[in-house]
Ligand binder design. Structure first.
Ligand SMILES: Cc1cc2nc3c(=O)[nH]c(=O)nc-3n(C[C@H](O)[C@H](O)[C@H](O)COP(=O)(O)OP(=O)(O)OC[C@H]3O[C@@H](n4cnc5c(N)ncnc54)[C@H](O)[C@@H]3O)c2cc1C
Ligand SMILES: NC(=O)c1ccc[n+]([C@@H]2O[C@H](COP(=O)([O-])OP(=O)(O)OC[C@H]3O[C@@H](n4cnc5c(N)ncnc54)[C@H](O)[C@@H]3O)[C@@H](O)[C@H]2O)c1
Length: 497
């Protein structure tokens, strides 16, 4: 049976790279300096980073399913490919406002959208391939890893002795435990990208990152989408104005958003799957669940090595060390930040702390990271640092003041920038814009480089770009500094100039 469906040429290429069917696990070394469990982003970065140093470290990497993990196979990559197709649809629907006459009907060839995604995903997969890691000097083992005792890990018929180990086994869709849901059947991120036919009516459970990105994508690709969310607003952990703006976009695009929802049960009927919620019954063809994540701890036998965990994942300290000091963890298995770039950053910390910090000297901390994130809806919502708080002053600039956004017809958005009261120190920002993800790094760079709004206001931004919004925010800060006295002083200066 194929490891990922459909069993077409693209998925065959993918599998040939990330879980080659004819792979023979190597004879293990006597003792590994590092054994990495899980070959998603975190595991791959740890293994490549340690082996790639060229200092003779013995590194083993174990993967039970597909190397590349969620991001490549069933997460970031396939979702962003589909989002791109769905943006084309949105642009075509909106074409008249640009003076372009669209065809009478805009047809979406859903199987072709999915095939494009599979083709691009297979193309990208080489980077995460077993062959590449073998060439880097990593011993790649395909099979399920399990700790035997404090020194040994078992994978299939091989036993690996380790000095240090890294748990990077990631997370999976959390079962929302709704009566009847399992019996009726549902999709998760592990199965939704295998669809080849478009469901006519799709329910999405969960209005977080997965739910929002995919609800909009499927609606634009021609499904009737109903989005069920527990809380009073979508993306409830994001800036409320950003979430409100997105909600308005969703409603305008025809997504049915059911908020404050409590799903009583799911049942099957001749007409489809019925969701009973908030006193109503909703009939759909497929249900996609994006209701948070559960850590992949099962089968690891963590008890044998004294690694503590709970329903949120493996417990780590700020150095990413588990309760067994020789075992570290990185990525979705142990972190609240469930992002590929966060897994990557954590993996780098693990390499440093596990291998290059004798007696604990020079260790790096997870809490020292400045972590941005982006929800790739349209418009995108990007965030870094703090949200609005009493100790910070807010500057808000809307995109309708930015020439390039006006020219692009993309004025639905804003930047909210927070700086320390009485100083130009940037504490956080939320950007809502079509390409907000491309803009947030300027703010992250400023925060990491300890540069404030005074510096940003001296940075020349090419005209016309939407990122000028950031410069406008910095200029607004400078204007706030002008007091009646300083204005008088400036007046005097002009007199003598
Ligand atoms: C739909 C979706 C879209 C996303 N979009 C984005 C995005 O746009 N940007 C972003 O930054 N993040 C995104 N994410 C999150 C991102 O995919 C994860 O944060 C990232 O993949 C975490 O990497 P990881 O290495 O910790 O875990 P994973 O990628 O889950 O990798 C863990 C690996 O361990 C393997 N494994 C598990 N148990 C064992 C075992 N016992 N033995 C051996 N191997 C094992 C698994 O098979 C898996 O390959 C998205 C996630 C989803 C679901
Ligand atoms: N662009 C990105 O970086 C990106 C994209 C997708 C996913 N991710 C990562 O993947 C992780 C998982 O995403 P997610 O969307 O599953 O989790 P999430 O935690 O972001 O959102 C899930 C939401 O579903 C709600 N929910 C839970 N049970 C429910 C129920 N029975 N009915 C209605 N609503 C319910 C929760 O209250 C929550 O708000 C996220 O933490 C995110 O970091 C990142």
């Amino acid at each position: 049976m194929s490891l990922i469906s459909p069993d077409d040429v693209h998925n065959q290429l993918l599998v040939s790279r990330v879980h080659p069917p004819d792979w023979v696990n190597p004879q293990p070394s006597d003792r590994y300096d590092l054994v990495v469990l899980g070959a998603g982003t975190a595991g791959l970065v740890v293994a490549a980073g340690a082996a790639g140093l060229g200092i003779g470290l013995k590194v083993a990497l174990i993967e039970k399913h597909l190397m590349g993990g969620d991001c490549l196979n069933v997460g970031c990559v396939p979702s962003k490919c589909m989002i791109r197709s769905s943006r084309v649809v949105a642009e075509m629907r909106d074409a008249r406002s640009f003076g372009v006459i669209p065809p009478d009907t805009i047809e979406v060839d859903f199987p072709a959208v999915m095939e494009r995604m599979r083709q691009l995903r297979a193309g990208i997969s080489e980077n995460d391939s077993a062959d590449r890691f073998k060439k880097l000097g990593v011993d790649v083992f395909l099979g399920e890893a399990s700790f035997l005792d404090r020194d040994r890990i078992q994978v299939s018929d091989r036993i690996l002795n380790f000095k240090k180990a890294v748990i990077a086994t990631g997370a999976r869709a959390r079962d929302p435990e709704i009566p009847g849901l399992a019996e009726a059947g549902y999709l998760t991120n592990e199965t939704v990208f295998s669809l080849t036919d478009r469901p006519r009516r799709l329910a999405v459970i969960g209005g977080g990152a997965i739910g929002c990105e995919l609800a909009q994508t499927f609606q634009r690709l021609g499904c009737e989408v109903m989005l069920f969310h527990k809380h009073a607003r979508l993306l409830d952990r994001e800036d409320p104005d950003a979430a409100e703006l997105l909600q308005q976009v969703f409603l305008k695009e025809g997504i049915r958003v059911i908020l404050n929802c409590n799903i009583d049960q799911v049942r099957s009927s001749p007409d489809g799957k019925v969701i009973d919620a908030n006193g109503e019954s909703f009939v759909v063809d497929e249900i996609l669940v994006g209701a948070g994540r559960a850590p992949n701890v099962e089968g690891l036998n963590l008890e044998a090595v004294g690694v503590n965990y709970d329903r949120k994942g493996v417990k780590v300290n700020d150095y990413l060390q588990t309760t067994n000091p020789r075992i570290y963890a990185a990525g979705d298995i142990c972190m609240d930040w469930k992002y590929t770039h966060a897994a990557d950053a954590a993996a780098r910390i693990v390499i440093k702390n596990a291998l290059f910090s004798p007696f604990g000297f020079g260790r790096s901390k997870l809490s020292s990271l400045t972590m941005p994130w982006v929800t790739y809806t349209d418009p995108e919502i990007a965030h870094v640092g703090i949200y609005e708080s009493d100790n910070a002053e807010l500057i808000k600039i809307t995109l309708d003041k930015v020439d390039r956004a006006i020219a692009d017809g993309e004025t639905n958005g804003f930047i909210k920038l927070l700086h320390r009261t009485g100083s130009d120190e940037i504490l956080g920002a939320t950007i809502v814009a079509r390409h907000a993800g491309e803009m947030i790094s300027e703010i992250t760079t400023a925060i990491v480089g300890k540069r404030g709004l005074n510096t940003l206001s001296t940075v020349i931004h090419p005209y016309p770009t939407q990122a000028e919004m950031i410069k406008k925010a910095a200029d607004a800060y400078r204007r706030k500094l002008l007091t009646p006295t300083s204005r008088k002083l400036l007046g005097l200066l002009t007199k003598f100039s």
